[in-house]
Design a binder for this molecule. Structure first.
Ligand code: 5RP
Length: 226
């Protein structure tokens, strides 16, 4: 995805942001472009309060002096703007390529609306080509890994698993690990979501079902609002 497309999608979503809003601010390279544009607006006197979805985004926001609150201080938000790794035609998403899925989902759930910004290569008929991030507690990793494999096989699916970071595991802002599951094709995202969340060591996964309200897809012909 070219930088220009990320900026175009971000600029389109910025038009949804109204003065005084309580705004969730997403994570990833597309969300970073949104944060930069927002920072320029704030520097011109535009007033919002942001809740970042990761430590990385918090640092970026601080570098632009965007006023921030924690979700503790501001537990209800008007809008969150965030990227995605895949979007299907029902607005189901895979997120978590940047490892921030847990906070992203908590913030999305606390937000009245979610706007997704992406380029049109992220629009898919069926989710699953992008490996599904599954955030797990490091305690009992092997047992959780086995339980995930069992759950996948009981659903009649196949998905090789990979610990993100391998021998030096990637650690999320919440102190967890991520297992990436390569399904190739997820026909029933809702069933998979429920089954994964039934596993005690699974903290969260990157299927965002029923969160996105509007999707801005940037392509060669401009930005489409879905
Ligand atoms: C981070 C995410 C990102 O929104 C997703 O990975 C898309 O990132 P990018 O805009 O860099 O393609 O879910 O956890």
């Amino acid at each position: 995805m070219s930088l220009e497309l990320k900026i175009e999608a971000a600029a389109a979503a910025l038009e949804l942001v109204e003065e005084g809003m309580r705004l969730g601010i997403g994570t990833g390279s597309t969300a970073d472009e949104f944060t930069k544009l927002l920072g320029a607006k704030v520097a011109n006197g535009f007033k919002i309060t942001g809740v970042p979805t990761s430590e990385r985004t918090r640092e970026l926001c601080e570098s632009f002096s965007i006023p921030l609150a924690t979700l503790e201080e501001m537990p209800e938000l008007d809008l969150v703007v965030d990227g995605a790794d895949e979007v299907d035609h029902q607005f189901q998403l895979i997120k978590g390529g940047g490892g921030a899925l847990l906070r992203e989902k908590i913030v999305a759930n606390a937000s009245e609306k979610m706007a997704v910004i992406a380029d049109d290569s992220k629009l898919v008929d069926t989710l699953g080509v992008f490996p599904l991030p599954i955030e797990v507690n490091p305690f009992g990793l092997k047992a959780t890994w086995n339980a995930i494999e069992k759950c996948i096989s009981e659903l009649g699916l196949e998905a090789p698993l990979a610990l993100r970071g391998g021998g030096s595991p990637f650690v999320t802002d919440g102190g967890h690990y991520i297992i990436d599951a390569s399904f190739g094709h997820i026909s029933d995202a809702s069933a998979l979501s429920d089954s994964l969340l039934n596993i005690p060591g699974v903290v969260e996964h990157g299927l965002f079902l029923g969160y996105a309200d509007v999707v801005f897809l940037a392509g060669e012909a401009g930005v489409r609002r879905l």
